[in-house]
Design a protein around this ligand. Sequence first.
Ligand code: NAD
Ligand code: MG
Length: 401
Amino acid sequence: MTQRIAVLGATGSIGDSTLAILAAQSHQYEVYALSGHHRLDKLFALCQQFLPKRVSVPTAAVDDFAKRLSSAGLDIDVVGGEQGLIEIATDSQTDTVVAAIVGAAGLPSTLAAARAGKRILLANKEALVMAGKVMIDAVKTHHATLLPLDSEHNAIFQCLPSAIQQDNTQIHQSEHGVRKLWLTASGGPFLQQSFAQMQQASVAEAVKHPNWSMGQKISVDSATMMNKGLELIEACHLFDLPEDKINVVIHPQSIIHSMVEYSDGSFLAQLGSPDMKTPIAHALAYPNRIDSGSQPLDLYALSGLEFIEPDLQKFACLRLARQAMQAGTQATIVLNAANEVAVAAFLNGQVRLTDIANINEQALTDIQLPPLSAAADIEDILAIDQIARHLTDKLVMKLVQ
Ligand code: NAD
Ligand code: MG
């Protein structure tokens, strides 16, 4: 049977990789809906290529986009804004939602997909960093399926016993012998450079990742290693483990995508070329396998695999993520919001790359909130997110003056 897919964030880097697979596997998958926020010309071209039934654009662009489609003879329903994203994520015709919007903007639609019991292929790690418990509870209550696209989490998922894969929201360590998870990190473009050099980094240098080609925000997050911090929090929620059961190791070649350590001393790893098409194809076809179109790994050409302990002074964001995870959800929401604001300020040329960690730390110190109650819902989460963005804007203004 054909799986009908809604790709949220279709115009981004994960969107590109997903649609490349869907184009090659069109006998199995139907592109039912697409969304895009920027680059609407690209979204238009995707509509011409994939002929989805529905498309979501920013509210202000709905009328123009609808006219443009109909002038081209395309009969596609156009919806707008956050509500539009929620509509296509929960549409009764949608089987699978690829959650590939960047940042907090992806949370409401991803959560709505969980509450509609959909199969969710999750790239939008920020949704779990902000609302891990709410998301996982929604997945359980509404019998949704959550499959990680983030390469590290997808690797861990693949290395876990099938009993846990069937219910990846609970690892019973004693029953399954899982001792630790090991998240691998490339170390980003500044691994071999000093902190002083990192301080002077231009935007172009910061977004030039050595192994992966990705969107701008995640590329900056990789340069500061905030990405690994967010992934640590993501892994705690996805695999129901405390942060001290999850180690981070720098592996500059990005060949081992992560590992599971078992109590008998076994380490299971997933290897592959650094290409997001592999984890995306895995999650699309799970529990089967399909061709992803990625280059197979050439083991004869590999000269060596290195493993290095991260320097938490140089990459303070990683330390902050552990600290926030220990403090509770209110702190991980603050960290995520502060980081989004700080990264945008860096991309706008307002602050230095190394200011991002300072801004994040200051936000965590200044915004001391009581732990969220067990009944906290998305409104409570978004309220903290707004407070944190507002305060971080002020921190950025102070630095700029
Ligand atoms: P990107 O910047 O290339 O694309 C982001 C997509 O989100 C675009 O389609 C954009 O139009 C849309 N978008 C942006 N702001 C929006 C808003 N306010 N409302 C609605 N849509 C909006 O980003 P990406 O690299 O594809 O990353 C997407 C997500 O996947 C991020 O959460 C990232 O952390 C995660 N991820 C990416 C990679 C990768 O290799 N690119 C790997 C792992 C995880
Ligand atoms: Mg990753």
